[in-house]
Design a binder for this molecule. Structure first.
Ligand SMILES: CC(C)(COP(=O)(O)OP(=O)(O)OC[C@H]1O[C@@H](n2cnc3c(N)ncnc32)[C@H](O)[C@@H]1OP(=O)(O)O)[C@@H](O)C(=O)NCCC(=O)NCCS
Length: 149
């Protein structure tokens, strides 16, 4: 939880402003919501851990209709950006959800250039036009999709 909140602050303050980030993160990132999400049948989550036991990355989401594994969050600590950690987390979703899903989907703000660069490299493709409805603070989001098989 603390990792996700800190990563949100680092990532989204420059993209949507601190006030809006605080408002959204304060409502979204609360233990009860995380527990309900991960405790539900459709919830999934994976962490990347060093041999010393430090959590350096996290991916989580939920199954949606039509066998879609929807990724709500993917965060890697800055010291581990540019390593293979983010890719390993996507691979964990693919391997872990293959029985229940055919595609991985997510939304990413149009101005989150690093994340878009990563998803592109990981094999995600655009799924439709940028959607203001799926964005934050008036900034549109792209929906991206990865075929699992
Ligand atoms: C998104 C995230 C998981 C990606 O992991 P990462 O380790 O940083 O990704 P990588 O470095 O492997 O790949 C990013 C690619 O985008 C490129 N890139 C980096 N900054 C960029 C920029 N400003 N504009 C365009 N491309 C950029 C990189 O060059 C890299 O490609 P390369 O391997 O060819 O050099 C990580 O940056 C993160 O945790 N960010 C904060 C949280 C976040 O934004 N999550 C996604 C929410 S949808």
């Amino acid at each position: 939880m603390a990792h996700v909140k800190a990563s949100w602050a680092r990532t989204y303050d420059p993209l949507i402003g601190a006030a809006e980030r605080q408002r959204i993160s304060g409502a979204k990132h609360v233990p009860a919501l995380f527990e309900a999400e991960y405790g539900s049948d459709g919830g999934f989550g994976y962490v990347a851990v060093t041999p010393e036991g430090q959590i350096v990355g996290h991916v989580g989401g939920q199954l949606m209709p039509e066998r879609v594994a929807f990724v709500d969050r993917l965060h890697v600590l800055p010291d581990w950006h540019g390593s293979a950690v983010a890719l390993r987390l996507v691979e964990a979703v693919v391997a872990g959800q293959a029985r229940r899903a055919d595609t991985v989907e997510l939304t990413v703000l149009v101005n989150n250039a690093r994340a878009i660069g990563f998803y592109d490299k990981a094999g995600f493709v655009l799924a439709g036009e940028p959607q203001p409805r799926e964005g934050l603070a008036g900034i549109s989001a792209l929906r991206m999709r990865l075929a699992m098989k």
